[in-house]
Design a protein around this ligand. Structure first.
Ligand code: ADP
Ligand code: MG
Length: 606
């Protein structure tokens, strides 16, 4: 593997790279940077999202331009304002030690005269969206007649969005002998046409199979009835208390609706689609970046190019029409060396699409079950226990300690813990104890379906290792199979959470598993395995603590709206009650007030 230094980058860039903590060049960087540094050539580079394309063109451009001159020498076109700002920001960081460097972003929805002023001060590099760029050219606010390097970033998407004319118009104002570098995730006909019409013998580089999705992403699908889609979404969120996700819908309308429903149900969610004003979109993106929003519901176009690195889950609320779009979606997670999960909620009529996607992305989906109520309660409880365990004590509390101690003078530790956790647990428990199984069995997928219907003979276990310990479901399954000396299909329904996991074996293996994990140490720590309350795959409520005295009225399933409302109190991401009461009808509101759920402040992720 090469180093950035070996690629020929100068000391100013190396210093910035060091600050950024980039250890070694990504594939596309290793291929593109030496070529672009050594030659004045046109280039077509195909690489997935998240592979570091910005630096692949950014480093060479920064090294080649003359920062002592104030002439505009580099022009980068990108499809959206969001992306335009991201690239500008990245370039500024990369060029932190390039004294005199001025990178200016030009995009719609902000003051054109302010942008013109910035350009006038001397911008060696302009990063622009095509529409605003064209506008500024026609008003003589920019001069790109002397540029030496032009970049078409996310070319496929720019063409998708209908920017062909604008791009050709803009390029007609640039010198014939400049170099053009085109970066794209895919190579549809239109991109090939740009390459043919506007570039001279471009060198082509491709990183990986151009349709291959990123390795760090695992793909899962959940088969439910179409009418249960929204409920399924919420369970997936509840089963992943630390979720930080993008949820894709097909239309702006669905996007808006799902986001509104989530907000009403107490999740920290937001919508991102083209019907929002630029200002609204900026606000949503800002909250998402700050992690105030955990679930960003978006259309494909609006989400394109979102460069947020630690997205844990991409949820396909509906599958896209084009398989290529699926690749873009799942590429939002598993970025910058992290792992991610792409989940698909499908109904029976769509399940065959999964097979076509598998063929194209050359990866298998794992069919998983929507977690049942008790499983979610367990996850939430353990997640809370972990959080409590890791919480730093706030000593402001000390002065109230005496009165609190007095209150609990007769309560022993066990009892206190139980009470403390019941505050949270009961909320989930009360809601989920009666929640139905949302899974639909999938006869067309053979043995997996059979597995999930044979739950009577299975044991479900809790194990105290999870994602934080470097496991994903495959690694954990392999680990368990190996240490337990079990066969290929003997460990199943492996479900890895952040700091713990679940798995199943047939009942006959239970004694063996438990015996093995008595006092078992792995890499210096005790690995603890216990039989989980829940058997996995099926809902077995039946542990009502109130002897059935709870208001029956509230328990009755009364269609989508009703059940949404009853969900509202129990999410790990409860935001303020006000937002959820704002829109419900009177009856709903009263019910919400009556419910045993107490208000609590929004819990932020970090
Ligand atoms: P792309 O344009 O291919 O979708 P980006 O250029 O936006 O990808 O890069 C994705 C993320 O990876 C960014 O946060 C970037 O800072 C980071 N990154 C880029 N190159 C490297 C590298 N060599 N090592 C580590 N992180 C990198
Ligand atoms: Mg990019």
């Amino acid at each position: 593997m090469s180093t950035f230094k070996e690629l020929g980058l100068n000391k100013d860039l190396l210093a910035a790279i060091n600050d950024l903590g980039f250890e070694s060049p990504s594939d596309v960087q290793a291929k593109a940077i030496p070529i672009l540094l050594e030659k004045d050539t046109d280039l077509v580079a195909l690489a997935q999202t998240g592979t570091g394309k910005t630096a692949a063109f950014g480093f060479p451009m920064l090294q080649k331009i003359n920062v002592e001159s104030r002439t505009t020498q580099g022009l980068i076109l990108s499809p959206t304002r969001e992306l335009c700002l991201q690239i500008t920001n990245e370039l500024k960081q990369y060029g932190n030690y390039c004294k005199g460097l001025n990178v200016v972003a030009i995009y719609g929805g902000a003051s054109i005269s302010d942008q013109a002023k910035q350009v006038k001060r001397g911008a060696q590099i302009i990063v622009a969206t095509p529409g605003r760029m064209k506008d500024m050219i026609s008003r003589n606010m920019v001069d790109i007649s002397k540029i030496e390097y032009s970049v078409l970033d996310e070319a496929d998407e720019m063409l998708n969005m209908g920017f062909y004319e604008d791009i050709t118009d803009i390029l007609s104002h640039t010198p014939e002998d400049k170099s053009t570098w085109l970066f794209s995730a895919t190579m549809p006909k239109e991109v090939a046409r740009i390459a043919r019409d506007f570039m001279h013998d471009p060198i082509e580089i491709t990183v990986g199979n151009k349709n291959e999705s990123t390795n760090q992403v695992s793909h899962e699908y959940y088969l439910v009835n179409a009418r249960d889609r929204y409920q399924a979404l919420k369970r997936l969120a509840d089963a992943n208390p630390d979720i930080f996700s993008v949820i894709f819908c097909r239309t702006k309308r669905d996007t808006q609706k799902v986001a509104e429903n989530l907000i009403e149900d107490g999740y920290s969610a937001g919508a991102l689609h083209g019907d929002l004003s630029q200002n609204q979109r900026d606000l949503v993106m800002k909250s998402f970046r700050n992690k105030q929003i955990q679930m960003l519901v978006a259309t494909d176009v609006a989400a394109r190019g979102i460069d947020v690195d630690d997205i844990t889950h991409v949820i396909n609320y509906q599958l896209p029409d084009e398989i290529e779009t699926y690749t873009h979606r799942s590429g939002r997670t598993g970025r910058a060396g992290k792992t991610g999960v792409s989940m698909v909620i499908v109904s029976k009529s769509e399940v065959r699409k999964i097979k076509s996607i598998e063929r194209i992305i050359k990866k298998e989906f794992e069919k998983k079950e929507i977690p049942n109520g008790m499983e979610i309660c367990e996850v939430q409880l353990m997640s809370l226990a972990n959080k409590v365990h890791h919480t730093k004590v706030n000593h402001e509390i000390d002065k109230y300690l005496e009165s609190i101690n007095e209150l609990f003078s007769d309560t022993d530790k066990d009892e206190l813990i139980k009470k403390f956790f019941s505050v949270e647990f009961s909320r989930f428990f009360n809601y989920y104890q009666k929640a139905k199984d949302l899974n639909v069995s999938d006869s067309s997928r053979g043995h997996e379906g059979e597995r999930s219907s044979s739950s009577g003979n299975e044991t479900r276990y809790f194990i105290n290792v999870g994602r934080k310990d470097g496991y994903d479901w495959m690694k954990l399954k392999d680990f368990l199979k190996e240490v337990l000396e079990l066969g290929r299909d003997d460990v199943f329904k492996v479900d890895v959470k952040d700091s713990f996991s679940f798995f199943n074996t047939d009942k006959e293996n239970e004694a063996k598993v438990l015996a093995f994990f008595t006092d078992f140490k792995h890499e210096g720590r005790f690995v603890n395995v216990e039989v989980s309350e829940d058997k996995g795959g099926r809902n077995r409520g039946g542990k009502r603590r109130d002897g059935g005295k709870r208001r029956r009225r509230d328990d009755k399933p009364r269609g989508e709206r009703r059940s949404r409302r009853s969900d509202s109190g129990f999410s790990g991401r409860r935001s303020d009650r006000k937002s959820s009461e704002g829109s419900g009808n009177r009856k709903d509101r009263r019910r919400a007030e009556q419910s045993s759920v107490s208000d609590r402040p929004r819990r932020s992720r970090r």
